[in-house]
Design a protein around this ligand. Sequence first.
Ligand SMILES: Cc1cc2nc3c(=O)[nH]c(=O)nc-3n(C[C@H](O)[C@H](O)[C@H](O)COP(=O)(O)OP(=O)(O)OC[C@H]3O[C@@H](n4cnc5c(N)ncnc54)[C@H](O)[C@@H]3O)c2cc1C
Length: 285
Amino acid sequence: MKPPPFDYIAATSVEDAVALLTDERDSRILAGGQSLLPILNLRLGSPELLIDIGRIDELGTIELSDHHLQIGAAVTQQSVLDDAGVGRRWPLLTDALRHIGHAQIRNRGTVCGSLAHNDPQAELPAVAMALGAEVVARSANGSRRVAADELFTGPFSTSLAPDELLVSVEFPAQPSGWAFQEFAVRPGDFALAGVACAFDPIHSAARVVMFGSSGCPMQATAVEEALLAGAGAGDLEQAAAATVESLDATGDIHASAASRRTLMTKLLIEAASQAHQRARTETDR
Ligand SMILES: Cc1cc2nc3c(=O)[nH]c(=O)nc-3n(C[C@H](O)[C@H](O)[C@H](O)COP(=O)(O)OP(=O)(O)OC[C@H]3O[C@@H](n4cnc5c(N)ncnc54)[C@H](O)[C@@H]3O)c2cc1C
């Protein structure tokens, strides 16, 4: 199908993009277009104005130090995946990126676009929550920082206001214990269930985030507590089963809610055990 008619403007700067967002027409940011263009083609949305941010140089940078990674809104998923420094220090992010669609999608799709879109089956919102990332949002009224925990409000919805541009996402250092697990029917398909896990035994911190099986990424707090308590396999299994029991899992043509719960239980146990093992290997070095 063809998209409904729309106006198109390539913004030249962040200020320009933010000013265009105050336009009285129903406007949307166009980043990689890998979610927005299918939405238009399927006539699931009909914005009047698309504001392309892909040519704004200041949004196209990856900045990293040992403790901090900042990714601008025009940076593609593949550029982050190809960055050796990111791969060394944020392997959880890199591993998750490998699961997103195929190279053709990642070559255009942006990291920040995925966060702004918040597809329940997307990998990156869960990774952002697991790693305690923050985004910088900018509107004509100024800038604000939003923690990933506060960003994702429901399926395909975030706490960003319609006139806010997500300028960048910032990740703190990744802890030594980490794991990324997902199940998809075929490589490159959206996940039916997935888990992103970050475990820092030195600072007694654990984040285990589920995605793909319900409307929004969700913390598995019982599994986090079991990890922090140094619980054995049996306790982890119990914590995973208790978590999944209260999960409002989606059932659709791809998998029933019961299948998704079963998958999620296994992935939670697998991810928590792997993160625990990685943290131990690192401590033993
Ligand atoms: C065949 C196919 C397979 C895919 N498989 C996967 C997959 O396995 N996992 C996965 O996670 N994704 C998958 N995707 C989606 C892909 O990752 C998208 O790139 C991503 O969801 C959105 O990023 P984008 O840059 O393309 O955003 P766009 O499509 O340009 O925008 C998406 C939405 O976010 C808004 N937006 C984008 N950037 C900003 C910003 N900076 N500030 C404010 N709002 C913004 C737009 O207005 C729009 O509403 C797939 C897509 C396709 C076509």
